[in-house]
Structures are given as structure tokens and as C-alpha cells.
Design a protein around this ligand. Structure first.
Ligand SMILES: NC(=O)c1ccc[n+]([C@@H]2O[C@H](COP(=O)([O-])OP(=O)(O)OC[C@H]3O[C@@H](n4cnc5c(N)ncnc54)[C@H](OP(=O)(O)O)[C@@H]3O)[C@@H](O)[C@H]2O)c1
Length: 364
């Protein structure tokens, strides 16, 4: 039986669901995979709690910690620095760090884990989107391959097999010609409504009310999240692109960047005419307006509005689903397509847990 120590950075929506999945399924992994997974530490910006590298923490302590945070509190227990926990666990044996935090600060912990021989699994896109000039980006990307110690399936399309499909295509010697994708459930929902005649500002309000946007819709409408995903796809193909080199269509004008959320939503009315005109232009040419990320064979990345023919997989998609289409030398006339829900706690957590298990079985 192989023993795998797991350190969970970030225990919000995704990290909390990862903890629940580990506690629910580790007995099955012992039986079927001969992998004994123990959660040795978890926590957030305050540091790591419930550290017990020798014996693992009790299931109840973990569940209580997740519940406490959801209810606005903090879990009981001493807080330790992430670095101390990583050093200790990695010295003890096989270790995987799961980064379900937000922002690039955790990149330092991820790099330390790799340097100490541990595996790293990310749903957090920001570390992988650091500029190439940042040495941490180079360490992380040097391990981001099929047999490397860094896995990041959940960063694009949540639990959908987007990154693993891409790696398989490239590992088997195929040549990428183009990747196109709708990588945001929020934009999917908004532009489906716009296609049925709703004004852009009303579509944004409806998406917010349905829970498809972040609490502040600007976090989605800036396009940054989609740009990071497109960057990750391009870098996975070996292109040394930076976020600063990507043309991104943002729906957050400077004048609305710092106003209240209500004022922002009101201010979007000013874009209604432009977007209605683009939508009717797309309809007139047999298509539909979509927010599309594209990476071409040369590594150029674009993120913005496009009229897409309704006879294509991308054009036919409605609602918040994600879709990624890989057009390669082997899959040219009929691209390989991955689609389904691209966000949500359970599916994103499952993407991370799948990566964790594969790493756990590989480390040795
Ligand atoms: N939600 C989804 O459907 C989804 C899908 C794909 C990818 N993702 C990505 O997965 C990540 C987590 O998403 P979420 O929805 O779970 O977010 P969330 O609910 O806001 O939770 C974020 C967690 O990360 C912790 N954190 C933030 N900055 C940190 C830092 N510098 N050091 C240590 N911990 C830090 C927070 O700590 P505190 O507890 O101290 O606040 C919190 O526990 C994000 O990067 C997101 O983009 C999410």
C-alpha cells in the first residue's frame, strides 16, 4: 500500500469539495488502487491548520473546518506556515499539494513543493499565468507535462478532460492547428440570451440573478479568466505567450471599473446598441454571436466576440456549457471536441482529485 500525504491550500467552494471527496472515497482508493490517501493539512490565507503528518487529521476535524469557513468562521487549530508544512510532509514521503486558492501568491508554495519532490495539482489558474520572466512560471511549466509532477486539468473546463486530451494529442505526435473554445459559462449564458433578442445589460443581470456570474460580474466580464485559460492552452502547446500579448475583449470600461455593482450593471446599458448590432450581423450571415477563445498554430491567442456559424459545435451550443474544439493534423475536417459543464464545486473538485490520484500512483 502506497501512502500519499495531501496538503490542501484553499478550502472554499472547490477546496471544500475536494476535502469532502477525499474523505468519502479514500477507503475505495485503498481497496482498488492500493493508495492510502491522508489529508495532513488544509487552510487558507491564514496558513495551514489541522497538521498531523504522522497520523492524518480526523475526518470530523476536516469537515468541521470546511463548515466553519462556509459559516463565516475559522477552523479550530494552530496555524502553521504553508512552507513548514510542505517541507515536513515532503521529507516524510510521497506528498501532493492541491492549490485551490485564488491569485498568484500560492505559486511560491507550488514551486517549493515541486523542488521538494512533491506533486502539485492546480485549479488556481493564476500561478500558470505568471509572466515568463517570473522564474516561478518556468519551474511550474517545466513540470506541466504528462509525466511531470504538476497537473492542472481543473484550470480549463473544470472537470472536463481538456488538458489530458490536449496532452494525449501532442504526446502521440499530432500537430495542433487550432484550438477554439467557449471557456466561460457566464459568457455562454449571456450571449445565448442576447441571441434570443435580450439586451446585453438585461442578459448580464439575468446571469447574475441565476448565479452564473461571480458576486461582482466584472470578475467575469473583464475577460481575464477566459484569457488565463486560453493562455494555459497555448502554453500547453509549447508557445511562450504572456497575458500581456493577448488581445482581450473586456466589457468593463475604465469608467465603470470602480463604481458600485448596481452602477456597473446600469452602465452596461451603454453597450446594448453595439452588441445588438454585432448580434444581428452574426445572424444575417447564418451565425450567432459568441465569446470565443482561440489559439492558432503559431501560438497567437485571441479572446473576444465572434460570429460563429450555427452549423459548428461552438455555434450550436447554448447556455452555460463549455466547449473546446481541437483541430489537428489527424482531426482536421472533424475536430476533437470536449464539452460539458465547465464550472461548479463537485466537477472542479473531481478534476483535481483525478489529477491527485494519477500523481499519487506515479510518484515513486
Ligand atoms: N468555482 C469553480 O467552479 C471553479 C472552477 C474552476 C477553477 N476554479 C478556480 O479554483 C480556485 C478556487 O475557487 P473557489 O471557487 O473555491 O474560490 P473560493 O471559494 O473563493 O475559495 C478560495 C480559497 O482560497 C484561499 N486563498 C486565497 N488566497 C490564498 C492565499 N494567498 N494563500 C492561501 N489560501 C488562499 C481562500 O482562503 P480563506 O479561506 O482564507 O478565504 C479560500 O479558502 C480559484 O482559483 C478558481 O478560479 C474554480
Amino acid at each position: 500500500m502506497k501512502h500519499l500525504r495531501v496538503i490542501q491550500i484553499g478550502y472554499g467552494t472547490v477546496g471544500g469539495a475536494v476535502i469532502e471527496q477525499i474523505l468519502a472515497h479514500r477507503e475505495q482508493w485503498r481497496r482498488q488502487l492500493h493508495l492510502d490517501v491522508s489529508l495532513v493539512a488544509f487552510g487558507g490565507r491564514d496558513g495551514a491548520v489541522c497538521v498531523d503528518v504522522d497520523h492524518g487529521v480526523s475526518d470530523e476535524a476536516c469537515r468541521d473546518g470546511v463548515r466553519e469557513r462556509r459559516e463565516g468562521g475559522r477552523p479550530a487549530g494552530t496555524t502553521t506556515s504553508w512552507d513548514a508544512v510542505i517541507y515536513q510532509a515532503a521529507a516524510e514521503g510521497h506528498t501532493v499539494v492541491l492549490d485551490a486558492a485564488a491569485g498568484s501568491e500560492t505559486a511560491t508554495h507550488d514551486v517549493l513543493a515541486l523542488e521538494e519532490g512533491a506533486g502539485v495539482v492546480l485549479s488556481n489558474k493564476a500561478p500558470l499565468a505568471l509572466p515568463w520572466s517570473d522564474p516561478r512560471a518556468q519551474v511550474l511549466w517545466s513540470q506541466a507535462r504528462s509525466n511531470g509532477h504538476l497537473r492542472y486539468e481543473a484550470t480549463v473546463g473544470a472537470g472536463l478532460p481538456v488538458i489530458s486530451t490536449l496532452h494525449t494529442l501532442l504526446d502521440t505526435g499530432d500537430t495542433m492547428r487550432e484550438i477554439t473554445g467557449m471557456l466561460s459559462g457566464t459568457f455562454g449564458a449571456i450571449f445565448s440570451d442576447v441571441a434570443s433578442g435580450t439586451s446585453f445589460a438585461s442578459a448580464v443581470r439575468t446571469a447574475k440573478e441565476a448565479g452564473f456570474t461571480e458576486p461582482d460580474p466584472r470578475d467575469d466580464l473583464s475577460g481575464l479568466d477566459v484569457a488565463r485559460k486560453a493562455l494555459i492552452l497555448a502554453r500547453s502547446c509549447g508557445h511562450q505567450v504572456d497575458l500581456s500579448g493577448i488581445a482581450v475583449r473586456s466589457f468593463v470600461p475604465d469608467a465603470l471599473a470602480d463604481v458600485s455593482i448596481d452602477a456597473f450593471l446600469d452602465g452596461l446599458e451603454g453597450m446594448n446598441d453595439e452588441i445588438a448590432e454585432l448580434a444581428s450581423g452574426a445572424t444575417a450571415s447564418g451565425g450567432v454571436l459568441k465569446y470565443v477563445a482561440a489559439v492558432n498554430a503559431g501560438g497567437e491567442v485571441s479572446v473576444g466576440l465572434q460570429g460563429v456559424s450555427t452549423s459548428t459545435v461552438l455555434g450550436a451550443l447554448t447556455g452555460p456549457e463549455n466547449v473546446v474544439s481541437f483541430r489537428t493534423e489527424r482531426y482536421d475536417d472533424y475536430p476533437t471536441v470536449v464539452s460539458g459543464p465547465g464550472a461548479g464545486a463537485a466537477v472542479t473538485a473531481a478534476g483535481m482529485v483525478g489529477d491527485m490520484l494519477r500523481l499519487g500512483m506515479m510518484l515513486g
